[in-house]
Write a protein that binds this ligand. Structure first.
Ligand code: ARG
Length: 570
């Protein structure tokens, strides 16, 4: 499919001296109002160099630009507005999408390049909460989007499976726990022990010392400590995997913090050799005052390692192993400082790849206005959120469409889709509140709305007796039959998919895809309500059906990218 921006930018740059096609392309816009053309070039930026008014430039371009794709040109208020030959545009796009099918929107721009994505990364022996859900969902979407654009992706779950919290847990387990209780209540028991530890430690600070010494024993390879640790890890992993299964998320590697236990020593040595490590009251740290940051702590007084030590070793290890184009860390913005420090230390070590590290920060999540904290124990567990969501959708289906086949499966797809979509519905840096009413609303800007629209497109095709499984070849496409403005709005929206996916990759912002899906679904629903699709006249009907099919393909591709299923019927 022709990239119109690129195509016209090239043509325009050949008509203008001193401007690169690349820049012109970046300036071009798709006007929101169809009366202002399908594409437009604001001429303001050219004005200074060309020493002419934007309007004069637009007029001059209008006089000389000629092309078979152009129906009409206008020079208005400093803009050159391009109106495409609509039928040619619609026809070629519909053919392209129908042919490309599952690949529509994909590109090969990432071929030969590797992106490593560190996401989800919950902490062992603590429950998987809605904050980790956001990391999982954003990381998974970024993985899919990069893979769709040809990148080789490596998805790593950097489990929090090492650190002083295990010392705390061991102390708590010895004092108040039992083998039976842990076996029976699994992660719930671990959480209760963890919470109890913090309550009791407020009264008796020696508990903290005991916890530290258990952790030191772990670091020194103590058998008893390690056996307990291993047991806690297994219990937590089993729990996490249930959630990943529900979400349909997979990782290439589970490489938690403990993986770096034997890889930290050489990195500490290297820091010493590069004279970056300083002693401070027995602890070792890298000073970052010159960069306006607190020091990055590398070793505690007792010689034990920290979150930073393990992250630094992980970065060095990954750089050796993958020669990545980008290494992305998906966590909430509370870790901004941690990653700024980490990236600075890597830079100070002299590694050129420090510029390839990026913190994909996101905002905090609350549920119905309530905040979440592990220590105090008022945690809302993700599994229960997902289960409630599925149940609520099941009730809706029961009320609206009780005869639906495989209700349970559809309720799961939509219930989970609602939660995932909610996490991706706004710019990632924004804090979000999860509200049942909003997230599950079939008419709102939600996952269920997009999925429902997808099912509607499938149902239209089914009514027309076109099989709704694979892409079907619809014989007659005649762009001239798509002149209604609602139909053209759908065509234009379909066209934008490729560019939006690319933007989502560049900005590391999956919400661009979810926003797009809402826009496409809304455009399609306006078309559906205004233009009767199954009309008598064969050519109009088939052309409209072809358009519906393209909507179906594009919605499905987009849903897949952000990790949602596309049920044929709801
Ligand atoms: N386990 C951490 C947490 O729950 C997130 C880890 C993110 N990845 C990393 N390489 N630091 O906050």
């Amino acid at each position: 499919m022709l990239n119109y921006k690129q195509y016209f930018a090239k043509k325009l740059s050949s008509l203008l001296t001193g401007f690169e096609a690349h820049d012109i392309m970046a300036w071009m816009e798709y006007p929101a109002n169809p009366d202002q053309g399908d594409l437009s070039l604001p001429c303001f930026r050219l004005s200074k160099t060309l020493k002419k008014s934007p309007q004069d430039i637009a007029e001059e371009l209008k006089a000389v630009l000629e092309d078979e794709h152009i129906d009409e040109l206008e020079a208005v208020s400093g803009y050159l507005n391009i109106f495409l030959k609509k039928s040619m545009f619609a026809e070629s796009l519909i053919r392209h999408i129908s042919q490309a099918g599952d690949h529509y929107g994909s590109q090969s721009l990432g071929l030969g390049k590797t992106v490593v994505i560190d996401y989800s990364s919950p902490n062992i022996a603590k429950p998987f909460h809605v904050g980790h859900l956001r990391s999982t969902v954003i990381g998974n979407a970024l993985y899919n989007i990069h893979a769709f654009l040809g990148y080789n992706c490596v998805g790593i779950n950097h489990l929090g499976d090492w650190g002083t919290q295990f010392g705390k847990l061991i102390v708590a387990y010895h004092l108040w726990g039992s083998k039976e209780a842990v076996n029976q209540r699994a992660i719930d028991e671990l959480l209760d022990l963890y919470v109890k530890f913090h309550e009791e430690a407020e009264k008796d600070p020696t508990l903290e010392d005991q916890a530290r010494s258990w952790f030191t024993r772990m670091e020194q390879g103590d058998q008893e400590a390690l056996a307990l640790w291993q047991w806690f890890v297994e219990i937590s992993l089993t729990e996490f995997q249930k959630i990943y299964k529900l979400l349909g998320v997979q990782f290439d590697l589970y490489q938690g913090e403990s993986f770096y236990n034997d890889k930290m020593e050489p990195v500490i040595q290297e820091l010493k050799e590069k004279q970056l490590l300083e002693e401070d009251e027995g602890a070792s740290l890298v000073r970052l005052d010159a960069f306006g940051m607190a020091p990055a702590l590398m070793l505690k007084k007792d010689g034990s390692s920290l979150y930073h030590t393990r992250d630094l070793s992980a970065a060095v290890y990954r750089a050796d192993k993958y020669e990545f184009e980008k290494l992305l860390y998906v966590t909430d913005y509370a870790q901004n400082l941690h990653f700024q420090q980490l990236f600075k230390v890597v830079e100070l070590m002299g590694y050129a790849w420090s510029s390839k590290l990026e913190h994909v920060a996101f905002g905090r999540v609350s549920i119905e206005g309530g905040s979440l904290s592990t220590r105090k124990g008022n945690v809302i567990r993700l599994e229960s959120v997902l289960e409630q969501s599925i149940q609520k959708i099941r009730d809706v289906i029961e009320a609206r469409n009780p005869g639906l086949a495989n209700k349970a499966q559809v309720a799961e797809q939509v219930g989970i889709g609602a939660v995932i979509f909610n996490d991706l519905s706004a710019n990632r840096i924004k804090d979000i509140d999860f509200s049942w009413e909003e997230a599950l609303n079939f008419e709102g800007e939600t996952g269920p709305y997009v999925q429902y629209t997808y099912a509607r497109a499938c149902s239209v095709l089914k009514k027309a007796q076109l099989p709704d499984g694979d892409v079907v070849q619809i014989p007659e496409v005649d762009g001239a039959r798509l002149q209604d403005k609602e139909a053209m709005a759908v065509v234009k929206m379909l066209y934008l998919f490729t560019e939006r996916v690319e933007q989502a990759m560049v900005k590391l912002e999956p919400s661009i895809v979810s926003r797009y899906l809402i826009d496409l679904a809304q455009a399609f629903n306006r078309f559906y309500h205004t233009c009767y699709i199954l009309v008598e006249e064969t050519q109009v009907r088939e052309t409209r059906l072809a358009l519906v099919q393209c909507v179906r393909i594009t919605l499905r591709n987009g849903l897949k990218l952000i990790g949602l299923q596309a049920p044929h019927e709801i």
